[in-house]
Design a protein around this ligand. Structure first.
Ligand SMILES: [Fe+2]
Length: 459
């Protein structure tokens, strides 16, 4: 007979080795209760443009979805917009696209399930974007790496909701750590991360846009060879309300949108990715040929004062293998394209590293890698292009931009969860456009920096 302590130890290690979705989702999220269908999660805003808004919901069962929208807080004169039948096949998620809205206008809304009100007063609201091309102020937050356990990012969302004011949020991958393409486990992870008060409150009134990285696409450091990636794409599309996903003839989660005078290009760094380790024979790619062609085409067509290009992995030259570093030829092709066409007004965003840092990439482009929203922290050694660095906590970043100023104003805020604003830095327009250098930070010059060896693998 086994000694009792050995049995307990075996049971404990089995629990630790259990898959993420099944082991951690249930204590956080009560299972749907029997009875009439209700909203399991708060409504969440996806893309909000100048004339349309996407409202995402997750219910407990099948229902006909609709929303009512009004410019008045008492919903007087509300317009009703029919949405889809939400069904088990999409885990009872659905999106209503609200059309014919006025730019820069606040609308109140409520959700109907089978014609019955699914929310109580006070009604949530959203504000539509300025007209495309309109100059003005824009504040957007961004970060990555939500954490393996679904409560790890709860305080970050609560801080974003309570302590800041932003027009939109970008989630740049590792939005959960299901580490599988299994739809049931990915869905459970999404639901668990979205069940916290801060997340629910924030995204009832703030648009959320997202792309994935390896852990919410498939396994660690996964790529285009990942089995079941079609399932991941379907689940991702069920749980976000981005303006688009790839192109009609090319799968993926990448998309472009505009907010006033700023254009955003969010990249899919996994679906078409060559394995990190294969040698580059001239075809090695992170984006795939069609996405790369799309990016070039859209960058060329953009007339915005600022172009923001976001990707899960880092652009800077001294990163880990699971980044643009392993796709140097393709990255160079993008930088050459920008130079050839005189496109200088580019901000690069990234995530993945579990610390927050800023780099002046090639002395031309400001890159901010932002996070972790919830994951445990990691450290970096100082890199040649690095000019800001924070570790030892959870972080998100905010760009505060005013394209109506002459020259346009660009400031970066780095926020540490539960602490507050830990760094604010205004850039000159020459720095943003690569005409002036940004001094790299000196080793040990930041209180939060700890010198250490670059990890061989990323977290
Ligand atoms: Fe991560």
């Amino acid at each position: 007979m086994f000694p009792r302590f050995l049995v307990l130890a075996l049971l404990a290690s089995a629990a630790l080795a259990d898959d993420y979705g099944s082991s951690t989702a249930s204590p956080v999220v009560p299972p749907p209760q029997p009875g009439p269908v209700y909203l399991q999660l708060a409504p969440m805003l996806g893309h909000v443009g100048p004339t349309e808004a996407r409202i995402w919901v997750k219910a407990t069962g099948a229902a006909k979805l609709a929303v009512r929208v009004s410019e008045r807080a008492d919903m007087d004169g509300a317009r009703e917009i029919a949405g889809p039948e939400i069904k088990a096949a999409s885990d009872f998620t659905g999106v209503v696209v609200v059309p014919e809205l006025k730019a820069r206008t606040t609308y109140f809304y409520t959700v109907l399930l089978d014609g019955q009100p699914a929310l109580a007063r006070p009604w949530p609201s959203f504000t539509t974007a300025p007209a495309d091309g309109a100059k003005g102020r824009l504040r957007f937050a961004f970060g990555s790496c939500a954490g393996k356990e679904p409560w790890l990012d709860a305080a970050t969302w609560a801080d974003l909701e309570a302590r800041t004011s932003v027009d939109l949020v970008l989630q740049l991958g590792d939005n959960h750590y299901a580490n599988t393409t299994d739809p049931a486990k990915q869905r459970a992870a999404f639901i668990a991360h979205r069940s916290h008060a801060g997340f629910r409150a924030l995204f009832q009134h703030t648009p959320l846009y997202a792309v994935w990285d390896d852990h919410d696409f498939g396994v660690n450091d996964s790529d285009g060879t990942q089995k079941g990636k079609e399932d991941s794409l379907r689940t991702f599309s069920e749980f976000f309300a981005n303006p688009a996903a790839g192109e009609p003839d090319n799968s993926g989660v990448y998309f472009k949108f505009s907010r006033g005078d700023v254009d955003f290009f969010l990249l899919d760094d996994r679906y078409h990715r060559s394995p990190d380790k294969v040698p580059d024979d001239g075809t090695k790619t992170q984006l795939g040929a069609k996405q790369l062609a799309w990016l070039k085409r859209e960058l060329l067509a953009s007339k915005a004062t600022l172009r923001v290009i976001a990707c899960g992995g880092e652009w800077q030259g001294d990163s880990v293998a699971d980044s643009w570093k392993s796709y140097a030829r393709e990255e160079q092709e993008i930088f050459d394209f920008l130079a050839e066409h005189g496109i200088k007004n580019v901000l690069l965003l990234s995530g993945d590293r579990h610390f927050t840092a800023a780099y002046h990439v090639r002395g031309r482009f400001i890159e901010v890698t932002s996070g972790p929203l919830g994951s445990p922290g990691a450290k970096s050694r100082p890199s040649p292009e690095m000019f800001a660095y924070h570790d030892g906590g959870r972080f998100f970043s905010i760009y505060d931009i005013d394209t109506a100023a002459t020259p346009p104003a660009v400031a970066l805020e780095i926020w540490q969860t539960s602490i507050g604003l830990v760094e604010k830095r205004a850039f000159t327009w020459e720095q943003v456009t690569g005409g002036a250098k940004i001094e790299p930070r000196l080793p040990g010059s930041s209180t939060s920096h700890t010198e250490s060896q670059q990890p061989k693998t990323k977290p």
